[in-house]
Design a protein around this ligand. Structure first.
Ligand code: ZN
Length: 216
């Protein structure tokens, strides 16, 4: 399998836009890939936007974003749209996306999968594609009770060290989620192992995404 790399354009740093409906979505969906990207592109700039969260969860999310940024440039923004109700706030969430248009021109966008079973995730996924029509978008996956895992078509191999950092950052920064039956190291490692098999990753681990359009 021929591997493609993101271009290193020294005129302009890699700019990455991460979009998540809920605190911890970005980390679970693409946290390992972000750690790898930031290691490979030290001048990358990350913009991180989460659309819901109570005050307590927002504190967790800020700490988590800072963990993933490490010393790299980046900023984060948090909204407090009601969890589970995104389809009913469509117009105001759309306004947020319209506002983004003039302020960011990302090289790469991470967002939810358009066929995700969670209604909030789908709203963010659909608005991402409506808003950023001439951009590279990788749609990440979130394991859940609903059993909506599919067959993603973009794979990012990760090292064991990157996977360990991802898992540790998530477990350390989101103690409020520890009682959820699926929220544990085994879940995150199991999915990464399956995706690692899917791309023959050298250390056996990967994250995977859906992309509807790629230009080479
Ligand atoms: Zn979510």
């Amino acid at each position: 399998m021929l591997s493609l790399s993101l271009p290193r354009n020294h005129d302009r740093p890699l700019t990455v836009l991460c979009l998540g409906a809920h605190p911890d979505d970005i980390e679970i969906g693409c946290g390992g890939t972000l750690l790898r990207l930031l290691a490979e592109h030290p001048d990358a700039i990350v913009r991180w936007i989460v659309f819901s969260g109570s005050e307590g969860r927002r504190v967790e999310a800020k700490n988590s974003a800072q963990s993933f940024f490490g010393g790299h440039a980046g900023d984060y923004q948090f909204f407090d749209f009601r969890d589970g109700y995104f389809p009913f706030y469509g117009a105001v969430i759309k306004d947020v996306f319209e506002g983004l248009k003039g302020t960011v021109d990302p090289s790469l966008i991470f967002s939810h999968w358009v066929k995700d079973a969670h209604q909030d995730h789908r709203v963010i996924a659909e608005l991402t594609h409506c808003t950023f029509r001439n951009h590279l978008i990788f749609q990440y996956e979130i394991p859940k009770y609903d059993g909506d895992l599919g067959n993603p078509n973009v794979f990012v191999p990760l090292s064991r060290e990157q996977m360990t950092r991802k898992v540790n950052f998530i477990l350390e920064n989101f103690p409020s989620q520890a009682t959820r039956q699926w929220f544990d190291e085994a879940t995150f490692r199991a999915l990464a192992r399956l995706r690692g098999i899917g791309c023959n990753a050298s250390e056996g681990l990967a994250e995977a995404f859906y992309s509807t359009k790629l230009v080479i």
